[in-house]
Write a protein that binds this ligand. Structure first.
Ligand code: PLP
Length: 353
């Protein structure tokens, strides 16, 4: 595993053109009231998403804890991306892998898991994955990786080239090297825990905003400072959960917003157009929330930088979020939010829809 990571490079930090055309980002920033937006591109990991970092951490944690042995079957409950990355690492160290997912998981992800030699086990609703994964692991004498419990502790949040340290290092030569805000969304909550703890550990003035999609329990849980709330489950793959996951560390989050699914998907398509690369729907959630933050900064006459994450590539969602018929079947209408984004381009202000 060390040799595997030695063969990889760090992920890019893109400067995102806020107004005007690509390549004129400095002028754009001036026009946008001195606010710059950056996207940390986690889609360029070997397995295509930010879950590559998590899967590596979870395997190292399990190995060092003595939880994995020759022949152990690794089982995981996942909405897909973690399973893709874990299938990669299981194959790397020669262990069988089973992913427990809802049957609604995108076909592209299922094919990727199988391509890495993993097997998929389907359940009907997102709330069923935990027990199904636990009992499947017990049946085969394997190990349930349990990303939703261990994400926050498997990652070395103090440094060791975690995502936060990498962002600050890559920002160091920018006009505003210390971001005013970092905007992320939560699936396990591991990324927000790592970044939030790092901010406090390094005594950085950056604030952390978590954007939560419709149908997720995190937002209500954070407002009430409680682990009790449950919800129906999110339609945005990778983020939003039916329960407040143990890895979600609410105390390091400075603010949260709820993002409608139509806003996430409209922003996903908008980013794809503006950046010239296809992004996934949680990136849309992040950018929609980041534009809200930027609008607020502009209104207050503040300059500075905002960093958010490009979580995974859109190639995994061609037959879902990029397919108009798929959206229509689910009654998701993007028109209002696409108009709001067009208006944002002209005015630099993201108006409520
Ligand atoms: C997991 C995931 C997230 C959220 O990251 P966490 O660290 O699990 O909270 C965002 N986007 C995608 C595509 C993901 O797979």
């Amino acid at each position: 595993m060390e040799a595997d990571s030695q063969r990889s490079a760090d992920t890019h930090l893109h400067r995102f053109p806020l107004l005007g055309t690509l390549g004129a980002a400095t002028e754009d920033a001036a026009a946008a009231g001195g606010v710059e937006l950056y996207l940390k591109d986690e889609s360029v990991h070997p397995t295509g998403s930010l879950k590559h970092r998590l899967a590596r951490s979870l395997f190292l944690y399990a190995l060092c804890n003595g939880w994995l042995h020759a022949g152990s079957t690794v089982v995981e409950a996942s909405s897909g991306s973690t399973a893709v990355s874990e299938a990669y690492f299981a194959r790397l160290i020669g262990l069988p892998f089973v992913a427990v997912m809802t049957s609604s998981t995108s076909r592209e992800k299922v094919e990727l898991i199988e391509w890495y030699g993993g097997r998929c086990h389907f359940v009907d609703s997102p709330g069923e994955v935990y027990d199904a994964a636990r009992s499947l692991a017990a049946d085969v004498g394997g190990h349930y990786m349990d990303q939703f419990t261990y994400a926050e502790r498997a990652t070395d949040w103090r440094g060791n080239n975690n995502i936060a340290e990498s962002i600050y290092d890559q920002m160091s030569r920018e006009t505003h090297p210390v971001p005013s805000w970092i905007v992320v969304s939560a699936g396990t909550g591991g990324t927000s825990a790592t970044i939030g703890r790092y901010l406090r550990y390094k005594r950085l003035p950056t604030r952390l905003l978590v954007a939560d999609p419709e149908g997720s329990a995190f937002y209500q849980g954070w407002l009430e400072d409680s682990c009790e709330p449950t919800a129906s489950g999110s339609r945005i793959e990778g983020i939003g959960r039916p329960r407040v996951e143990p890895s979600f560390v609410g105390g390091v989050v400075d603010d949260m917003v709820q993002v409608p699914d139509a806003a996430s998907i409209a922003a996903m398509r908008w980013v794809t157009e503006r950046l010239g690369r296809r992004v996934g729907p949680s990136t849309g959630t992040n950018v929609w929330a980041a534009l809200g933050v930027i609008t607020g900064m502009r209104r207050r006459g503040q300059s500075g930088s905002v960093v958010t994450l490009l979580c995974d590539t859109g190639e995994r969602y061609l037959s879902s979020y990029y397919d108009d018929a798929w959206l229509a079947e689910r009654g998701i209408d993007l028109a209002g939010h696409l108009t709001a984004l067009k208006d944002y381009e002209a005015t630099g202000v993201l108006a409520p829809v």
